[in-house]
Design a protein around this ligand. Structure first.
Ligand SMILES: Cc1ncc(COP(=O)(O)O)c(C=O)c1O
Length: 397
């Protein structure tokens, strides 16, 4: 009998796990795919000149393995971009180009988590953080994002969750699934506490340019000594999810944890390199002003406001308005009508064809919620919330 490694058996990715059921439903009815945060599936298209740069790179023969750390010109442009954003200086060798932020998450968890070593994660959070912590035999311990405080981290809970097993602290702002940004004051408190305990901060910054209200604070801009490993990517703000490109940067001004970088580099070498033509396309993306991201954000803001209004009008569902990203995380009053959030989401799918993700797929603090995205055009969103409202009214009878 072939044996399957225990570490893969517990892995879950609710965002795509609901797809199986939705595919069955799709045989007989239209499905509204609100489970995946992929702008390219809606009317957000990769800018033409970046596509042309990708094709040119391939035609020009840039089809070889790139350096494991990534193409130097791209890394230089990333350094400039991070300097503009946070006024921090990162040496060239402190940037690694990855196959999406997903690979950056895998690299950091693979380097910092093992049996007996934990990473503190926001709760609720992007499920990949939890999965990789489990996969590497360690544990993702969630600190509470307080819904009653606009999903801002509960600092007392955060401090209480630090133990001698804690090996890194993850921040994720604007957050997936709630769409909320950490307040600057809170981000500073987290960075200071990390400093107190000599812990590195891992910062997922994939939505830092998709912000409607306020301004994103980079944790690295708040410290002169706490090491920050930042992760960002091209999937969302550059509308190129399928190209699988992202990067990691190490901000470690006092050279406190060189061994994290050295060991992540080993992982980077083991997987050879990130997509070479896509790196050349990203160089073009970085050289010009990113007006397309601003246009995207303006369009999304209208869809956010519309979705928020429609959800607030539905009885027994409540919601906090997100500041960024393209998700909302409404709370459901289950009232004994559904066993839990998973049953709610599957029942909505079966009865309306609307595919949300169950909140518990984003960790324990996601219970009694569902995640939706406001990426579709307003006409489609209108149909979705019409169907949800009708469904909720029928359930009440
Ligand atoms: C918070 C967060 N981090 C990382 C990712 C994955 O990004 P990438 O496409 O760069 O792998 C996602 C995708 O939805 C996300 O929401």
């Amino acid at each position: 009998m072939v044996k399957i490694a225990d570490r893969v058996k517990t892995l879950e990715y609710a965002i795509r796990d609901v797809t199986r059921k939705a595919r069955e439903i799709q045989i007989n009815r239209r499905v509204h795919w609100l489970n995946i945060g992929d702008p390219c599936l809606f009317d957000f298209k990769t800018p033409k000149y970046i596509i042309e740069a990708l094709a040119k790179a391939a035609y020009d023969g840039k089809n070889y393995y790139a350096d494991s750390l990534g193409v130097a010109e791209l890394r230089r442009l990333i350094i400039e971009s991070e300097r503009k954003k946070s006024r921090i200086d990162i040496p060239l060798d402190n940037i690694i180009i990855t196959s999406g932020v997903s690979e950056g998450i895998m690299f950091t968890a693979g380097t910092l988590v093992q049996p007996g070593l934990e990473m503190l994660l926001p709760g609720p959070c992007y499920s990949t953080y939890i999965s990789y912590c489990k996969f590497f035999g360690g544990k993702g311990v969630e600190y509470r994002l307080a819904e009653e405080d606009d999903w801002n981290p509960d600092i007392d809970d955060f401090r209480n969750k630090i133990t001698d097993k804690t090996n890194a602290i993850m921040v994720s702002s604007p957050n997936n699934p709630t769409g909320k940004m950490y307040k600057k004051k809170t981000m500073k408190e987290i960075v200071d506490i990390a400093g107190e305990y000599d812990l590195p901060v891992i910062s997922d910054e994939i939505y830092d340019k998709i912000v409607y209200d306020g301004e994103f604070t980079h944790p690295a801009s708040l410290t002169k000594d706490v090491p920050v490993i930042g992760m960002n990517g091209f999937s969302k703000a550059h509308m190129s999810t399928g190209w699988r490109l992202g990067y990691l940067y190490f901000y470690d001004p006092e050279n406190k944890v060189p061994e994290i970088k050295e060991n992540i580099e080993k992982l980077a070498r083991s997987r050879l390199c990130a997509n070479t033509p896509a790196q050349y396309a990203a160089i073009e993306a970085f050289k010009r002003p990113r007006n397309y991201t601003k246009t995207m954000v303006k369009k999304l803001e209208k869809r956010r406001d519309y979705t928020y209004k429609r959800i607030k009008e539905i009885e027994h569902i409540d919601c906090i308005k997100p500041d960024g990203a393209f998700y909302m995380f409404p709370k459901i009053e289950l009232n004994g009508l559904w066993k839990d959030d998973k049953e709610f989401v599957l029942d909505v799918l079966e009865n309306t064809g609307v595919c949300f993700v169950y909140g518990s797929g984003f960790g324990d603090y996601g219970k009694d919620h569902f995640r939706t995205t406001f990426l579709p055009p307003i006409a489609d969103l209108g149909e979705v919330y019409e169907k949800l409202e009708t469904y909720m009214k029928a359930k009440e009878k």
